[in-house]
Design a protein around this ligand. Structure first.
Ligand code: 7TS
Length: 436
């Protein structure tokens, strides 16, 4: 984990730290890691599965699957409302998971961790609960052109509702944000800067502390879309100097169906509820209600308890591997991946050249084969990649393409799978009778 800051000055962001260099020796024992993931033993179209769609969703280790099935076998009950033993055990398991997330992200308080369904819901929660109360006609929200639709559409909807204006930071030719534009696009009207920690298309790790510092200077709050941040290295929300941080555990070895939102403790009181219903109230009369303190205020209804338990187990698993080691593993794979793909003259690659500037993914296009055809042919080889616009249509337009292919790696992938990918890309050329 990065060191915690006590003052307002941000420390380094471990993901974008320049100290990460391509390691000469492996930082993870991938063969041992793979043995923990039952799905990796299966075949697809008669070939061993090569799973390279981790930026969409990662796989679960036995520890996560077992934790969830144990919960259903042993202490399945509703939380926070039962005097009986099962309900108390379920509550302990649920709140224990919250404590693990708080520690994992170095949150300023356990109550600052709100469980949602995914990153998308976390960002929508901020737009409704904070945005509607604090943004007015003429205010500005600063975004970037690389944002996933999850960190764009909710702000468009809010902007239409309250009449505020969206502004954007562009990227340069290398796929880095144009920080030189910050002076121009941040104004005294900027109330919020909402930016992704890591791009899901370019892989670029964005320098959040630098952006947060500039945002603070104009009095704006900072929301970080951490969907592609948390999985790939140590994240310390206080060191990042953010106000809101959202992520999806299913992209970091956890289960589908649960999301995380961290809100800086002193802002929790400045937010209205998002959804109304059971568990989020202090008192209810026929005419009106008052709210429970956070996080209950933002978690109406029965939560996804087993998913929270699985999330807790995924954090234990990630910590047993080491988040620094995971970061180094990805940088090592990136270096080999970029080297091998650059050998193929028929490919266009997107994103930064330096493997240390990106997380373990690369988006690419064959000049002659559509990304969807490539995805289908690779599937015949047992290789799962993603093809399409990656829910980042404005970025596709900015890059001048309709779609890209994308291979994304994680803790159980190794360099031999890069070779398998390259062989399959060459085989795809043959299918279309194209030169290699
Ligand atoms: N933000 C970023 C940067 C993402 O990459 C994604 C998902 C999301 C938000 C939304 O996450 P969700 O869990 O709420 O859906 N990105 C991808 C992807 O790149 N391919 O599939 C999902």
């Amino acid at each position: 984990m990065t060191t915690t800051t006590t003052g307002s000055k941000p420390e380094r962001d471990a993901l974008s730290s320049t100290t990460v260099r391509v390691p000469s020796t492996p930082s993870l024992d991938v063969a041992r890691v793979r043995a923990d993931f039952p799905i990796l033993g299966r075949t697809v179209n008669g070939r061993p599965l090569v799973y390279l769609d981790n930026a969409a969703t990662t796989q679960c280790p036995d520890a996560v699957i077992d934790a969830m099935s144990d919960f259903y076998r042993c202490c399945n009950a509703n939380v926070h409302r039962g005097v009986h033993t099962l309900s108390q055990e379920a509550t302990e398991a649920y709140e224990g998971a919250r404590a693990k997330v708080a520690h994992f992200l170095n949150a300023d308080a356990k109550a600052s961790i709100i469980f949602t369904r995914n990153t998308t819901e976390s960002i929508n929660l901020v737009a409704h609960a904070w945005g509607r109360r604090h943004l007015r006609n003429g205010d500005e929200i600063l975004l970037s052109v690389i944002e996933h639709h999850s960190n764009l559409v909710p702000w468009q909807m809010l902007a239409q509702e309250v009449g505020c204006r969206l502004r954007f930071i562009d990227i340069d030719e290398s796929g880095h944000l144009r920080l030189d534009q910050l002076d121009q696009v941040l104004t005294s009207r900027t109330r919020l800067v909402a930016i992704s920690h890591v791009s899901n298309v370019l892989g670029t790790v964005n320098p959040i502390p630098t952006i947060a510092c500039a945002a603070r200077a104009v009095g704006a709050k900072v929301l970080v879309d951490g969907a592609q941040g948390v999985p790939h290295g140590p994240v310390d929300v206080q060191a990042l100097d953010a106000d809101f941080y959202a992520y999806s555990p299913h992209k970091a070895l956890g289960p589908l169906g649960i999301g995380v939102l961290w809100v800086r403790r002193d802002i929790l009181e400045e937010m209205d509820p998002f959804l109304g219903g059971g568990e989020m109230i202090r008192d209810v009369t026929l005419e009106r209600s008052t709210w429970a303190p956070a996080p209950a205020k933002f978690e109406a209804g029965t939560p996804s308890v087993a998913d929270a338990v699985g999330l807790g187990a995924s954090i234990d698993y990630l910590e047993s591997l080491g988040m620094d080691e995971i970061r180094q593993h990805e940088v090592r794979i990136n270096a080999y991946l970029l080297e091998r793909l650059r050998e193929l003259p028929f490919l266009a690659l997107y994103g930064p050249e330096d493997p240390s500037d990106r997380c373990g993914l690369v988006a690419f296009n064959d000049h002659q084969i559509h990304a969807h055809d490539l995805g289908t042919i690779l599937d015949q080889h047992g290789i799962a990649i993603r093809a399409g616009h990656h829910c980042a249509k404005p970025l596709m337009r900015r890059l001048g393409v309709m779609a890209t292919a994308r291979a994304s790696f994680y803790v159980y992938n190794d360099v031999d799978e890069v070779d398998t990918l390259v062989d399959a890309l060459l085989a795809a050329r043959k299918v279309f009778g194209l030169s290699t």
